[in-house]
Design a protein around this ligand. Structure first.
Ligand SMILES: NC(=O)c1ccc[n+]([C@@H]2O[C@H](COP(=O)([O-])OP(=O)(O)OC[C@H]3O[C@@H](n4cnc5c(N)ncnc54)[C@H](OP(=O)(O)O)[C@@H]3O)[C@@H](O)[C@H]2O)c1
Length: 162
């Protein structure tokens, strides 16, 4: 499986249960990559989505440790390991870990690839993605040309496990 994430210069991903950036091309990229696929997310990320609803057109798996937790339109599991077991038979390229901080950290050991939109800006953040430039076993394999939206410069990067 793979992680897909948008990070700031210091790998910040969110603040106050919201995203740090809203870049139309990045939203399209996320949609194009994940549509028709399986997405795995934490309960807090689900609740941060519009109306707290699962992502349309995708099989949503939500991780929560809460007893009897139910999310309409999503399957729920009680641990990252259970999420990994649930998708075990599905081709790796069809499964995306979509956040947030806690779930990225917990699911990264199951990921072989990470699609990282790097935004060259450093707003205050309270959630972070592991810094793959300084994580043993990961390397940057491709990077797009730089783009810009409303003064925000960004690139699409692909990291793989060595
Ligand atoms: N930049 C991006 O690409 C991106 C993408 C997605 C999200 N985000 C941001 O990330 C932030 C949310 O991240 P977060 O770290 O606060 O929350 P999160 O990872 O979305 O969800 C955390 C919740 O998941 C469940 N969970 C996580 N690990 C578990 C485990 N080992 N066993 C059982 N349950 C587990 C728990 O739910 P229970 O409390 O119900 O037990 C936990 O409270 C928001 O700011 C959001 O906007 C950013």
């Amino acid at each position: 499986m793979q992680a897909i994430v948008a990070v700031s210069e210091n790998w910040g991903i969110g603040k106050d249960n919201d995203l740090l950036f809203s870049i139309p091309e990045d939203k399209r990229y996320f949609r194009d990559m994940t549509l028709g696929k399986v997405v795995i997310m934490g309960r807090k990320t689900l609740e941060s989505l519009p109306e707290g609803k699962p992502l349309k057109g995708r099989r949503n798996i939500v991780i929560s440790g809460r007893q009897g937790y139910v999310a309409e339109g999503a399957e729920t599991v009680t641990s990252p390991v259970q999420a990994a077991e649930l998708v075990a038979g599905i081709p790796s390229e069809e499964v995306f870990v979509v956040g947030g901080g806690e779930v990225y950290r917990a699911m990264l050991p199951f990921c072989e690839r990470a699609l990282v939109t790097k935004v060259f800006s450093s707003p205050e953040a309270d959630r972070f993605f592991p810094d793959l430039d300084n994580t043993e076993g990961w390397s940057l394999v491709s990077q797009s040309k730089e783009r810009e939206y409303e003064g925000l410069r960004y690139v699409f990067c692909e990291y793989k496990r060595k």
